[in-house]
Design a protein around this ligand. Structure first.
Ligand code: ZN
Length: 138
């Protein structure tokens, strides 16, 4: 059985950091992403939250950004671990089965992730880009 990519509404990249030195690199990366891409930047999470085992921030982005943002992250991730996951109706699969890792694979806690949002009558979060890119050199 195959799944169609039409079920993907958007993506998240989660940028992980561990300790002050890595947080500094994460800040450099955050600045660089915000300058180049129309993303919705999540707030700093200095403690593990949700399924994530380490401090991180989230970068939410629309599908059409995948082919530029993800390769750019491959080349510029500052040695940090990043997970990129699709957002479909099924958060548990999105994180545990369908994620793309740059750097080490970290263990995610799927116990609090829903199997299906539609079954709960919930919609996916809408992405509202809140940064205006200022650099064109991606
Ligand atoms: Zn996410």
């Amino acid at each position: 059985m195959t799944e169609t990519i039409r079920t993907i509404e958007s993506y998240h990249a989660h940028v992980y950091f561990d300790g002050p030195e890595a947080r500094e690199r994460a800040a450099i990366l955050r600045e660089a992403i915000g300058a180049r891409f129309r993303v919705q930047m999540g707030r700093w999470r200095d403690q593990p939250v949700g399924p994530h085992p380490m401090a991180m921030y989230q970068v939410a982005f629309e599908k059409d950004l995948f082919s530029t943002l993800v390769p750019w992250l491959m080349l510029n991730r500052q040695g940090l671990t990043i997970v990129v996951h699709p957002n479909t109706d099924r958060p548990k699969d999105d994180h545990l089965k369908h994620a793309l890792w740059l750097g080490a694979v970290l263990p995610l806690d799927g116990s609090m992730l829903e199997t299906s949002l539609a079954a709960l009558g919930r919609a996916q979060d809408e992405i509202v880009p809140n940064t205006a890119p200022t650099l064109m050199d991606i």
